[in-house]
Design a protein around this ligand. Structure first.
Ligand SMILES: [Zn+2]
Ligand SMILES: [Zn+2]
Length: 120
């Protein structure tokens, strides 16, 4: 694919030399002799400062970008928490059933309430 030639004007350091590229970081027009390439010859930069800040940002992005698995992971954690809660409720219900002999939680609580009232 042929890149569309843009009118970049003149190099910001050499006003008499037409710019051949644009700094990827600050957008300054740069000529061939001013262009600094990033790692593996990728990207055009006007200075090492721009190159470094661009790649620092890329590094930061790759480290801080949301992980596509994170959502699934948090969903799994949520399911795990929920199932733990259900198991806990089942244990409580089982214990109340053994204690009161009632099946429904309302009846269980009523009989527990009666038990506590009988104690005082
Ligand atoms: Zn720059
Ligand atoms: Zn230049």
């Amino acid at each position: 694919m042929k890149e569309i030639e843009k009118d970049l004007g003149f190099c910001y350091k050499h006003p008499d030399i037409p710019a051949s590229a644009e700094c990827r970081e600050c957008g300054a027009p740069i000529c061939k002799s001013c262009t600094i390439h990033g790692p593996e010859g990728k990207g055009d930069f006007c200075s090492t400062t721009c190159r470094d800040s661009f790649y620092e940002y890329q590094q930061w992005l790759s480290e801080n970008a949301p992980n596509p698995f994170e959502h699934r992971f948090s969903l799994w954690a949520w399911i795990k928490h929920l199932s733990t809660l259900f198991i806990l409720l089942a244990i409580i219900w089982g214990a109340l059933y053994v204690m009161t002999g009632e099946l429904t939680p309302t009846a269980q609580f009523r009989s527990i309430f009666d038990l506590i009232r009988a104690l005082f």
